[in-house]
Structures are given as C-alpha cells and as structure tokens.
Design a protein around this ligand. Structure first.
Ligand code: FAD
Ligand code: NAD
Length: 466
C-alpha cells in the first residue's frame, strides 16, 4: 500500500523525535509529522533551550557588571546589546533544531511538515501547506505536547501580556515586568529580565514559591531571589488585567491584604501549561481524556484505543523534557516487544535560577505526610573548598534517607551547578542506594560533588568539614 509505515509519530517534540529515532534504530519504518516548520517542539524552539540561553547570557551580564571586580578583574563601562543576545539565543535554537533534522536523515525517518488529524485508528490525514496527504500505520504515537494555560478573561497578545514564548522575545527590557505564577517559568524568566535591568514582581497564588518543591529549598530560593531584587506577592490572586495607555493595570487580591492595583509594562502569565490535543479528532477514534484533558494511557503508554499510544506532556506526569524523552525511548521499545520502562520515582527536576535548585525523590513534607521515618543529612556549599575557590558558596545539599534501612528517599540541592550534581543522586535512587553508599564513594577533590558526599556522611552525623 502507498503511504504506509510501521509507525506514525504525531509531534516532533523531544518525546516524539526520540521515539521516532529509537523505533528506527529497532528496524521500524517511521513517519514523523510536525506542524512547526522546525523540529524539536516546545523544548528546542520556545522552551528549555532558548530560556537556558537567555539565563546564561543574562548571568554573564550581571556577573560582569557586579562581580568581576571581586576577582581583581577590571572592566570598563558595560552595556547591553539585547538584539545581539537574542540573535545568539536564536542561533543556538537553529543549530539544535537543525541537529534533529540531521538525526532524522541519519535514521531514515520520513518527516512531513503539516497538521495531523485522525481519520480512523490506523489512518491519519496530514494537511501540509500544499496539499492533504493520507498515511497509514498499525501503530500511531501521539506526542503533541502542551501549550501555555492562560487565565480566564485574560488575552495574551505576546507583546504586553505575554506567555513564555513572548517573554523569550521581548524587544526591549521592560521597566516593570509583572509575572503571574511563581513556578518554573516565572522564576526563570523573571530572573532573566531582572538581571537585564527590569523591576520584577512575581504574583503567586499559593503562600510559597514552586509549591511542589521541598519547603526548605523553596524558602532559601525566595530569600536569594529577593536579595537579587525580585519582589514577591504570595497568597495573591489576579482578578483581571486592563489596558491603560501603554501600561497594563493588574487588579490583585491578597489574603489579608485586600484588593490592589498594580501597573506593569509587560505581564508574563506563567500559571502552568495544558495538554494539547486540539484538532486531532480523538473523539472520533475513541481515545479517552481525563478531566484535565490529558490522554489516559496504561503502563504500556497505550490509549483506550488499541494501537494508539501517547507520551510526553500530553499524558499525566511532570511536564519535563527528560520525562518525555524517557517515555519516547520506552514506548518504542515496548512496541517491538522489549521491556521499555520509566522509573517515575527517579525523575530529577531543575530550576535554572541562580542558585540552581535540583531535586529528585520525595520531599521532607511528603515523607511527613506519609509518616515515613527518615533521617536528614545537610551540607552547606560554604564549607566546600571548590565552591569557596570559585566564589559561589550559596546553598546546601539535603539528603533524606530512611530512618531504618538508610535507603536514599530524596535529594534536594540548592547551589552552584545543582542541576549537574543531581545526576549522582538520581543514580543513587535508581540503584536503591543507601546514604552510606554515597558516603563511602570516593569523590574527586576539589569538586562541588564533595558536598553531596558530605551531606550523605551528615546523615550519620559524620561529615568531616563542618
Ligand atoms: P512538545 O515539545 O510540546 O512537542 C509537541 C509537538 O507536537 C509540537 O512541536 C507541536 O507543534 C506538535 N503538534 C501538536 N499537535 C500537532 C498536530 N496535530 N500535528 C502535527 N504536529 C503537532 N523541561 C525541562 O525538562 N527542562 C527545562 O529546562 C524546561 N524549560 C522549559 C522552558 C519553557 C519556557 C517551557 C515552555 C517549557 C520548558 N520545559 C522544560 C518543558 C518542556 O519543554 C516540555 O516538557 C517538553 O517540550 C515536552 O515534550 P513533548 O515532546 O511532550 O511536547
Ligand atoms: P508551574 O506549574 O511550574 O507554576 C505555575 C505557578 O503558578 C504555580 O506556583 C501556581 O501556584 C501559580 N498559579 C496558578 N494559578 C495562578 C493564579 N491565578 N495567580 C497566581 N499564581 C497562580 O508552571 P509554569 O511555570 O507555567 O511552567 C509550566 C511547566 O513547564 C512546568 O510545570 C514545568 O513542568 C515546565 N518547565 C520546566 C522548566 C525546567 O525544568 N527548568 C522550566 C520551565 C518550564
């Protein structure tokens, strides 16, 4: 039959493209359909990569402006070339999305730019710019990801009221940026624009930042960001946003503080993301969604319709690129009869602020709630020789281990390079290691990773350097 492959993947985000490559490696013929002109989905185009590029550039800017003199490096007057900074970010995005094109060619994956829609459980229509094509496959994977969830009655124009996509492309540094939502995007993008000179106010509905994070780290992060100039309005909700000349007026109401009007040049709505299944025609083929709109899957990522699978942000679970990627690999292996598997108890999360915050496993609050007996080991970067040498001593490592078995249950790090250091802790959880296993493992000196070893030693009260 013409236009027939073993597997059709809808969406070339990090979940979809990884699944396509793994399936091709396993000998399957694959077609991947993506409506964006470039591959890589949210993560590469408007998510992880451009945000990390701007976080890095803005960090360099503020380091040069405020801290290089501490190390005996004198610089003259420094100034910001925002257009050049954006150009550098776009270049990185272009290189990485182009890299996925290369990987598709290398693995002989067919790729169509167009919007997919189901005609039947084994038949997909693809509307390209030029024509409609119909393709067939016994197995179809939905990896259509997620989009920003706005607030009722608030219109995002991507210029004055923006989602993360607009916040990654502002043409000038706003005088006052109001961020609605003190989660991942709010804190990362808030940090970028604060470092570049904006006054940043974060409005958060809950009484703390990043509600799912271990409370001790969330409190430490807030303290650090306040020192950097960000302002926080916790326990506050937005009632509406109005335009007044070139400004936005934000009506807010806080617990105990009553109603108030705030004024901003740009408002970033960062109140979460929602799964994207619009226009796929899922109702026609019987694919069930849950109440929040996520596609329901079983432990093999198969939906309620046989032969149709789903992974990534469009199914329940943390909306993280590496989670989508793991599921992409697992589903491709499961489809060929292998034992693909994702350990949801060992998925790290990282917030790329300064200091970085990284966590894996359970938080102290979760252990208390579940009445699991635990021990805590903590070690500050202030007592780590490498952190001292490089002048980056803020933060600490916190290890939670079972009180009787010593098994590592959670590791939470706030400090320099926390996002890299968490890999060791993730491996510990994956291998069901004890805190003693980490404590007895030789770590190179002088490295930041010695703080992880010392925190593990601190679980039994035998850290050396404190
Ligand atoms: P997506 O990346 O959303 O890809 C889905 C693709 O499907 C899209 O390209 C879309 O165009 C396409 N599509 C949808 N419908 C159709 C259709 N009908 N036909 C054809 N194509 C279709 N995660 C991290 O782990 N680390 C980070 O640092 C990080 N930073 C982020 C920063 C920002 C600003 C944002 C917004 C997100 C960030 N994330 C981060 C989250 C991460 O981007 C997502 O978890 C990840 O992209 C999910 O991958 P996915 O493949 O499931 O979906
Ligand atoms: P989020 O879920 O991280 O944070 C949303 C925040 O908004 C929460 O703290 C919530 O309490 C608050 N909120 C919700 N409604 C509100 C309201 N009406 N008023 C005030 N506050 C309100 O969502 P996000 O920051 O939009 O990011 C979306 C997802 O993208 C994240 O959950 C994460 O999975 C992913 N992401 C990851 C990274 C990373 O891994 N470094 C970076 C960016 C985004």
């Amino acid at each position: 039959m013409k236009n027939k492959v073993d597997l059709i993947v809808i969406g070339a985000g990090i979940g979809g493209y990884v699944a396509a490559i793994r399936a091709a490696q396993l000998g399957r013929s694959v077609l991947c359909i993506e409506k964006r002109a470039t591959l890589g989905g949210t993560c590469l185009n408007v998510g992880c990569i451009p945000s990390k590029a701007l976080l890095s550039s803005s960090h360099k800017y503020t380091e040069t402006q405020n801290h290089l003199s501490d190390y005996g490096i004198k610089v003259g007057q420094i100034s910001l070339d925002l257009a050049k900074m954006m150009e550098q970010k776009n270049k990185v995005v272009g290189q990485l999305t182009g890299g996925v094109d290369y990987l598709f060619k290398k693995n002989k994956i067919a790729h169509l730019v167009g919007t997919a829609r189901f005609l039947s459980p084994q038949e997909v229509s693809i509307q390209t710019e030029a024509r409609e094509e119909i393709w067939h496959a016994k197995k179809i994977l939905i990896a259509t990801g997620s989009v920003s969830a706005s607030l009722p009655g608030i219109e995002i124009d991507e210029e004055t009221v923006v989602s993360s996509t607009g916040a990654l492309n502002l043409k000038a540094v706003p005088e006052h940026l109001i961020v609605v939502g003190g989660g991942y995007i709010g804190l990362e993008m808030g940090s970028v624009w604060s470092r570049l000179g904006a006054k940043v106010t974060v409005i958060e509905f809950m009484d703390r930042l990043v509600p799912q994070m271990d409370l001790e780290l969330s409190t430490a992060l807030q303290k650090s960001l306040v020192k950097q100039g960000l302002e926080f309005r916790l326990s506050t909700r937005v009632l509406g946003i109005r335009k007044h000349q070139k400004k936005s007026i934000i009506d807010v109401e806080s617990n105990g503080g009553g109603k108030q009007e705030l004024q901003a040049d740009v408002v970033l709505i960062a109140t979460g993301r929602k799964p994207f299944t619009d226009g796929l025609g899922l109702e026609k083929i019987g694919v069930a969604l849950n109440k929040q709109g996520f596609i329901v899957v079983n432990e093999h990522y198969e939906t309620s319709t046989s032969g149709i699978y789903a992974i990534g942000d469009v199914i329940p679970g943390p909306m993280l690129a590496h989670k989508a990627e793991e599921e992409g690999t697992a589903v491709a292996e499961i489809m060929v009869g292998q034992a693909g598997h994702v350990n949801y108890g060992a998925i790290p999360s990282v917030i790329y602020t300064s200091p970085e915050v990284a966590s894996v496993g359970q938080t102290e609050e979760e252990l208390k709630d579940q009445q699991i007996p635990y021990k805590v080991g903590k070690f500050p970067f202030l007592a780590n020789s490498r952190a001292k040498a490089v002048g980056d001593t803020e933060g600490f490592v916190k290890i939670l281990a079972h009180a009787y078995t010593d098994r590592v249950l959670g590791v939470h790090i706030i400090g320099p390079d926390a996002g890299t250091l968490i890999a060791e802790a993730t491996l510990a959880l994956e291998f069901s290691a004890s805190s003693e296993d980490i404590a007895r493992t030789c770590h190179a000196h002088p490295t930041l990773s010695e703080a992880v070893k010392e925190a593990a030693m601190a679980v039994e009260g035998r850290a050396i350097h404190i």
